[in-house]
Design a protein around this ligand. Structure first.
Ligand code: MG
Length: 210
């Protein structure tokens, strides 16, 4: 992607709801480009498509696919009454949070509908029958400890040797944010399966060693 194309992509990402720093977005793009040589990429936590813009563009540029998993009902912290509830994402007909329409619109605007495969289900359900080895897994779903742990246990084993495990919202200092992603980042490191690469802000980047 040229500098101009990247600038346009970042401008578009700016209009999409979500919690992703532009530097983190750029790193996602770079990692997807690297991982594509090994296999397809997969993210958990599509939300409105901000991260899929970057990962999906990397996959598109390198001729592979991004699978993007989300039940689109919002994570624990996005339910009515919770800290990250957004009333504009609440669907009055189903009486649930519903981010799928926003996600599809993002893919359409970014011309990524042929390179991103939305999977609308809980990640643990998708994992039950998953058999495709992956070049990259990005964990950015619910932030409760059990949720992050389940996502790690379901998906880390599908990463090919040399492939990448990315985890968002790593806060080493508890006063800055929830600790579950950081705890799972540590779990991955102590498993002996992964080496730490430099982080970008709160984006943890690990490489599967064998
Ligand atoms: Mg996040």
């Amino acid at each position: 992607m040229s500098f101009l194309e990247m600038s346009l992509k970042m401008k578009l990402a700016d209009q999409i709801k979500g919690f992703l720093d532009p530097d983190e977005g750029r790193r996602l793009y770079e990692m997807a480009c690297l991982a594509a040589a090994l296999g397809p990429c997969l993210e958990i936590g599509s939300y409105c498509g901000k991260s899929a813009l970057y990962l999906g563009q990397g996959c598109k540029d390198k001729g592979t696919i991004l699978f993007s998993i989300d039940h689109h009902r919002g994570s624990e912290e996005q339910q009515p009454g919770e800290e990250y509830f957004d009333p504009s994402l609440f669907d009055v007909r189903s009486f649930h949070v519903d981010t799928f329409g926003h996600f599809r619109r993002t893919l359409q605007m970014a011309d990524l509908e042929h390179n991103v495969v939305p999977i609308v289900a809980a990640s643990a359900i998708v994992a039950r029958c998953w058999a495709t080895p992956l070049g990259l897994v990005f964990i950015d779903g619910g932030h409760a400890y059990e949720t992050v742990k389940t996502d790690y246990e379901c998906w880390a084993r599908h990463i090919l040797p040399g492939g990448y495990l990315l985890i968002h919202d790593i806060f080493k200092d508890p006063s800055q944010g929830g600790q579950a992603p950081y705890q799972i980042y540590q779990t991955a490191l102590t498993s002996g399966l992964f080496d730490a690469l430099p982080m970008t802000k709160t984006l943890g980047v690990l490489q599967r060693s064998h």
